[in-house]
Design a protein around this ligand. Structure first.
Ligand code: NDP
Length: 400
């Protein structure tokens, strides 16, 4: 059918690229473009013999709009799947507009010097994408991404009105290290050390980091401690789900992770303020990233499951109704299939599906959109087909 260009070749990209290669009817050609071209070449070497998708590779600095535009114009993909870091979202969107191709990502733009997740920068591109007749699909990972599609699906098929959403992200995987992050350490630590917040009655309620703790008994996993975090899908769901009164996001963390994080914070290692060290400017968090285990090395050692989903409370035919839609994913199964643990898997699979939705025209509309703004049904079917089957419970335990 067409050509996709993947930008970035880290943990999430590796899974998405494996899945693109399994789906060569849709993705007849693939260009992998990243900062370190040797990683792209190594993946091509591994996958080309297993797939009909024709793979090429390229070196690119995704902070440089001109370089990106030239590469996109030369390679001529139909869609660009941005799996670099959130800092590159705007430069890649600019290059897609210049070159006339559709855009998909998994995380919203964040300026490198301010740990602040907000859609305002990317939503400001709406008119330009509309006028160019191009689609930009934002947040096609698991959360945001699948959680947003679960919300649209619940609204379409189960509710007249959804009033409360709790998004629960549980990783019960054990990698055996005292401290490591499951995806890019810099992005992960910026997220969990920021203030928490949730949406209630039309506005944000801010909390201190890890201030709100709950214990939840996750299906197929058991009881885990979870903490309220700010998360980007809350911002768009608050606008796109009519009748919503409250949206919260919880993520599980073990005691060891939190103790290490507190200690690193106390000594200043998680700071994003540059400091001088031996005559060179360094950012403590970037230095910390360099000494922590590489998330892509966790695959063979991580055992256990993830469970990510949404609990909805709302009304159907005038009566109160509850619903839980979730996916569980086994770290070792993911490793066997694509050589990565479940956190990269649960992000890389929906990234491929988002690119497929745009490529096949099932989700194609000029403008900039969040995931819940499209028909959820084809995406939900694709999750079942491509490795992330979901389950529904109509009588779930609720979060207090
Ligand atoms: P990694 O750090 O493993 O990979 C990032 C890749 O981008 C690397 O290959 C890196 O190159 C490349 N890159 C970084 N900067 C540039 C640049 N300037 N030019 C070209 N390439 C660049 O990150 P992850 O795979 O863990 O995460 C990828 C994205 O997925 C992130 O945006 C993250 O926030 C998002 N994510 C979304 C989730 C969701 O559920 N929605 C969950 C988890 C992650 P190099 O190899 O040279 O370092």
């Amino acid at each position: 059918m067409g050509k996709v260009m993947v930008i970035g070749c880290g943990g999430v990209a590796s899974v998405a690229i494996h899945k693109i290669c399994q789906n060569s009817e849709v993705f007849t050609e693939l260009c992998i473009a990243s900062r370190t071209v040797s990683k792209c070449d190594a993946l091509k070497e591994k996958l080309q013999k297993t797939t009909k998708t024709n793979i090429t590779t390229a070196q690119v600095d995704a902070d440089n709009v001109q370089e990106l535009t030239e590469l996109i114009k030369k390679e001529k993909p139909e869609v660009v799947l941005n799996l670099a870091l959130p800092y590159q979202d705007l430069t890649i969107m600019d290059a897609c507009l210049e070159a006339g191709v559709h855009y998909i990502d998994t995380a919203n733009y964040e300026p490198e010097d301010t740990a602040k997740f907000e859609y305002k920068w990317q939503w400001a591109y709406r008119e330009r994408f509309e006028q160019a007749g191009l689609t930009a699909l934002l947040g096609s990972g698991f959360d945001p991404g699948v959680t947003s599609v679960f919300s649209a699906y619940a609204l379409k098929h189960y509710f007249d009105e959804i009033n409360y959403i709790d998004i629960l992200d549980c990783n019960a995987g054990d990698h055996g290290y005292p401290f490591a992050t499951n995806f890019n350490p810099e992005i992960n630590i910026r997220e969990v050390s920021a203030n928490g917040s949730y949406w209630e009655n039309g506005g944000w309620v801010e909390t201190k980091p890890m201030e709100i703790k709950r214990v939840y008994n996750f299906p197929e996993i058991g009881e885990k401690d979870m903490y309220l975090l700010h998360h980007e899908e809350i911002e768009s769901l608050a606008l796109n789900i009519p009748g919503i009164k409250r949206i919260r996001f919880f993520m599980t963390f073990g005691e060891s992770y939190l103790n290490h994080l507190r200690c690193l914070e106390d000594v200043g290692m998680t700071s994003i303020e540059p400091i001088m060290y031996n005559g060179q400017e360094i950012v403590p968090l970037q230095f910390l990233k360099a000494v922590l285990p590489d998330p892509s090395s966790l695959g063979p050692r991580t055992k256990g499951k993830t469970n990510i989903g949404c609990i909805f409370i709302g009304k159907k035919d005038g009566k109160e109704k509850t619903l839980y839609i979730y996916n569980t994913c086994d770290h070792q199964e993911c490793y066997k299939e694509v050589g990565s643990q479940a956190v990269a898997y649960t992000t890389g699979v929906p990234a491929m599906i988002g690119a497929m939705m745009v490529m096949t025209g099932q989700w194609k509309k000029p403008g900039v959109y969040n995931m819940e703004e499209f028909d959820p049904d084809p995406f939900m079917d694709a999750l079942n087909k491509w490795g992330l089957p979901w389950k529904i419970s109509e009588n779930p335990e609720l979060v207090e």
